[in-house]
Design a protein. Sequence first.
Length: 449
Amino acid sequence: MTKIDEKLEPILDEVLRRNAGETEFHQAVREVLESLGRVVAKHPDYAENALIERICEPERQIIFRVPWIDDEGRVRINRGFRVQFNSALGPYKGGIRFHPSVNLGIIKFLGFEQIFKNALTGLPIGGGKGGSDFNPRGRSDREIMRFCQSYMLELHRHIGEHTDVPAGDIGVGGREIGYMFGQYKRLTNRYEAGVLTGKGLSYGGSRARKEATGYGATYFVQRMLEKRRLGFEGKRVVVSGSGNVAIYTMEKVLAFGGTVVACSDSGGYVTDEAGIDLDLVKEIKEVRRERISEYARLKGSGAHYLEKGSVWDVPCEVAMPSATQNELSGKDARVLVENGVIAVGEGANMPCTPEAVSVFREAKVLFAPGKAANAGGVATSALEMQQNASRDSWTFEQTEGRLAEIMGNIHDTCAETAEEYGAPDDYVLGANIAGFVRVAEAMRALGVI
Ligand code: NDP
């Protein structure tokens, strides 16, 4: 672990004390504070008026009961969350996650990361995150709808196009956003398209939003490789997960001439000697909503499904972890390095453990942290808000063009900031500092609030 500047140590101690047990939140705060020592050394004024302490404390945290009735007529209870972390740059913005592992600490880590990510996009959006410990797996379409409606019954009091604009995340895709938007519209009697993003195209969604996070992460890594006169062309790529981010990462990797050799879900991973057949993955995951093990069964020869071991055991030159937090351990990182990995791009939020990040750094592997690499999703959400506000609808090419431009700018901002602060090629440092400085400037201007 990198050492934290002694001026910032008491801040971390206080975060650990007052947020006991929230390990993912502690991890996310520690990682940012590790980078900020160089900033306060250069600009001591950023440490005045408890500015850093304020960034670590959410502006508002909402926890609520979500009752719903399953198909057998039984009443079920889940817990709903929305953490409105920081609105210095604009309305809170960040996804909603439905997964049994969700708790306050996970939502706070995601909301905290979101502040800096959103700042990096250069767009006027603050940071927030929400979710529930509801498990959508195996639930019928009607159960999903009833759950989404009940979740929105409480959430609608706290959101709005100028207040807080949620989107999707793990377990929340187009179907769930549709049900939530329908319930919001019914409860408020307002067609307020800008209140949620990730909407369907038939009711105010943006083209390329579905693709944006995966495409954006791939654009970021491509830019990072180009800086070294390299590219995806001819490279073996492993993508973990097989959800929204993973699928569209694979699609762009293929477009850039790479070969995806493995992908996964929480049950195991598949390899395919001929390269992963993305149409088949889409059919299994987006249409049938089945397990990735089906891939090997349907594909037949050359394809294998493995439950034991890790997707990171598969040799590759580029790794794109796109499933969930802490899915790539120090041990996995060492295996990847031994197998000759040259670049890692985090499509998911905080998928690499701190130990894994250290292994990559020491081995001089190009490493794109999630808050920079996966910012394309939220950036395109902000473009969706722009289209909603002007009652306009852009073409796919226009939207993807803006996304590519934004990802290029984020890459360059991170690279230049790292250089300016004496750590060339350290994208973690570059992303943390550049994101922080943008938020800190706005917070200073707004006074102590
Ligand atoms: P999805 O629900 O569409 O897909 C998640 C994928 O990850 C599934 O294949 C899932 O497998 C797998 N997964 C989930 N939990 C685990 C676990 N504990 N171990 C192994 N695999 C797991 O989610 P998204 O693709 O939207 O999100 C993936 C990541 O990207 C998350 O970290 C999210 O926060 C981040 N992200 C998403 C954005 C977006 O626009 N959607 C924007 C920015 C970041 P299974 O089906 O078996 O659970």
